[in-house]
Ligand binder design. Sequence first.
Ligand code: ZN
Length: 189
Amino acid sequence: MRQGQIQKLIEQALFPSCLWFSLLARFARLGIPIEERNNIERSTAQAFINSLPPTHAFQLLRSWSHSWLKTCRLHDVNRLPCLFGCLAKDEEAHYFNCPIVWLHVVQISGFHPGESCFQRLALNCRIPDVINLCLVSHAFHVIRANSLGAIRGNVISQRFGENHKLWLRAATAAFARYGGLEVRPISLV
Ligand SMILES: [Zn+2]
């Protein structure tokens, strides 16, 4: 069997069509327009994910698969609004558009976040967008895991700025883990 055929078999095992179709459905739920979804190549996305360190790949797949923790998903009777003071719901699709979350990302990473959900999810396979997404995703889950009680209290008492401070601290600390990714074109073979 030729090397190319072996590579194809490995790719199919690691990234089967059924998983890819599932991800495409998740992209739709995250608000990616159909014309942008149609431009995403499975092989390109797979090669890109494979080129990343596991820490970064995990945050991307967690986001691409619509797997963030949020009260709507957990069927919590006490569903929360956006933790940072928007009137939007506590939903993953919102956090990729939340103006408060993304406002200060550039101050931590040094990279301006993209305008669109497609860019913020790093579906363009750009390293600066990967770093920004990792910071946002990691910080979001750290504060939910470590400070959910305080976060709920801040929402109820409308002290949203306190939640934003928690998020900023977590994102700043996360830069040491995610920020060192080299900014260079990645070979997509
Ligand atoms: Zn918001």
